[in-house]
Design a protein. Structure first.
Length: 213
């Protein structure tokens, strides 16, 4: 089911932001479903350099997270990555990224893809009303987060802003990066939670072995 184009002359581009520490099948499935449902030309995965909502300061290096994301998207011709946030100094704010992308590509209509948990947080994001004027949001369900609660929790937003948040259902994937890091630290398997090549990268680079996070 493809949803009607809002501005048919524009190219629909998905942006998938995240820490991707590490990237996993939850991210990939949500991005692919969003791409399909909204007929996007491509989805760009953008690892954050210093996510403003995460205070952990011992995450893997941005370069390692970018590399894992590149490896993970390589088998999908519609997926690509960008180092725009990693290159930019300081904190990564979604509105800055979206504005920079639109400036460089005026014919893009941007759909920012998030999990439903992230969408419930957006009231705390920088200039959320402005952000929702710049782009659409596609919120994918994630186990434990009910889509009905999105509208009720975001009631403070203007009607126009709310209308630009679309929701999609993805097969419930109870996969999270936190759980994967914990599994590595405990010596438990992570196979089938993320692409094999990303698993290999994690072991080859001894990631997530320290308990400090
Ligand atoms: P962490 O456990 O470290 O918070 P994470 O698994 O939530 O990691 P992030 O990099 O924080 O991954 O998430 C990037 C984006 O992907 C967010 O919008 C998040 O809501 C979404 N997301 C994460 N996991 C899933 C999943 N299993 N299904 C759908 N969306 C997901
Ligand atoms: Mg998260």
């Amino acid at each position: 089911m493809n949803i009607r184009l809002e501005q048919p002359e524009k190219k629909r581009i998905g942006l998938m932001g995240g820490t991707f520490d590490p990237v996993h099948y939850g991210h990939l499935v949500a991005a692919e479903e969003a791409r399909y449902q909204f007929a996007m030309e491509k989805v760009i995965f953008i690892p954050a350099s210093k996510p403003p909502h995460k205070s952990r300061n011992d995450i893997s290096t941005p370069e390692q997270r970018l590399e894992m994301t590149k490896i993970a998207v390589s088998s999908n011709p519609y997926f690509t990555t960008s180092d725009i946030e990693i290159k930019r100094a300081g904190l990564s704010y979604t509105i800055d990224t979206v504005q920079a992308m639109k400036q460089a590509n005026p014919d893009w209509e941007i759909y920012f893809i998030t999990g439903a948990d992230a969408i419930l947080d957006i009231l705390t994001w920088k200039n959320v009303e402005g952000l929702l004027e710049e782009c659409f949001f596609v919120a994918a369900t994630r186990p434990g987060f009910k889509l009905e609660s999105v509208e009720c929790k975001l009631g403070r937003l203007s009607k126009e802003a709310l209308a630009r948040i679309k929701t999609i259902e993805v097969p419930s994937l109870a996969i999270s990066s936190t759980n994967i890091r914990q599994r590595v630290r405990e010596g438990r398997p992570i196979k089938y939670l993320l692409p094999d090549e990303v698993e290999k990268f994690i072991y080859q680079n001894n990631l997530y072995l320290s308990a400090s996070w």
